[in-house]
Design a protein around this ligand. Structure first.
Ligand SMILES: [Zn+2]
Length: 302
């Protein structure tokens, strides 16, 4: 079914022939609504403008593929949504854990098919607003479910499963990469992932908040929430004890893993800060010791 009006078709034909005037008219018509949408999602206006610009570039590039199977606006929103997801992903891998820079999780979405993960072509601006409200509710429930999961691992000193879920959900790595890092079989990782997801979903179902059918969206949401709540990050006082070497060996190993293997940037910053403080304390102590032991000599007349 063709959802493009005659006027739009006329404009598109002109654009396909390379008419700059028609293209400028087109950009002018859609730029504003796309930018508002991007700003609401990305909060940083430079990023939002970049996403909109890239949306128009993607539109021109894929103009031959557009057959009017959905309204133009819907098509543009779909392209923009892709760009926003890309922006989130690049923020993620640059800003949270060093290990994400080493291991490639997934980058299979370079094909210009904005509908690849869409159930139907009916998503418009109002669909996104509704989706956003649902997203907030999901975030709250997921926060409770994940914190319960992680607390369970900690209180039973099950650091292996804590490390695995952290690599899966906080660092968003694939089962294969996690297996490699942990020195376990991929099957074992899949099993632990399945068990954790089952517990989380059970908790969510109890609260009767619907979670979308796409598991990729769900896992992106988990990473967002984990990053925000930092469920597995040790407390600053625990990192302090790690620096002094006074932690139990199991906890010591876990903090070591979190900071050195995962490379959590938040905790690395804390560790560095605490080490600096420690060095300063040590050098002050040495200073005091030297001053004390030399004081007597200093008073002696030459
Ligand atoms: Zn951390």
């Amino acid at each position: 079914m063709n959802r493009v009006t005659k006027a739009e078709q006329y404009l598109l034909d002109k654009i396909r022939r390379g008419n700059t005037q028609a293209w400028s008219e087109f950009v002018d018509r859609y730029r504003g609504r796309l930018l508002s949408f991007a700003q609401a999602k990305l909060h940083q206006s430079a990023d939002a403008e970049d996403a909109v610009q890239e949306t128009f570039i993607a539109f021109v590039k894929s103009l031959q593929n557009y057959r009017g199977e959905c309204a133009l606006e819907t098509y543009l929103f779909a392209l923009l949504r892709r760009k926003i997801i890309d922006t989130y992903r690049s923020r993620q891998s640059k800003h949270v854990c060093l290990i994400q820079d080493t291991y490639e999780s997934q980058s299979d979405d370079k094909v210009l098919d904005p509908f690849a993960d869409f159930a139907g072509p009916a998503q418009t601006a109002s669909w996104y607003v509704k989706a956003d409200e649902k997203y907030e509710l999901q975030k709250h429930t997921l926060t409770d479910a994940l914190s319960e999961l992680v607390d369970g691992f900690k209180s039973s000193l099950n650091f292996r499963d804590l490390q695995i879920t952290e690599l899966l959900f906080y660092c968003h790595l694939s089962n294969k990469d996690v297996a490699k890092i942990m020195g376990l079989k991929e099957k074992a990782i899949a099993l632990i992932k399945h068990r954790s997801l089952k517990q989380i979903r059970k908790r969510i179902e109890a609260s009767r908040i619907p979670i979308g059918p796409s598991s990729e969206d769900f896992e992106n949401l988990m990473t967002d929430v984990w990053k925000l709540q930092r469920f597995s990050c040790p407390k600053r006082s625990t990192i302090g004890a790690y620096v002094l070497g006074t932690l139990d060996s199991e906890w010591h190993r876990y903090v070591d893993f979190h900071v050195n293997t995962v490379g959590c940037r938040f905790c690395m910053a804390n560790l560095q800060d605490l080490r600096d403080q420690n060095v300063e304390k040590q050098s002050k102590r040495l200073q005091a010791r030297i001053m004390e032991s030399t004081a007597g000599f200093l008073k002696k007349p030459l």
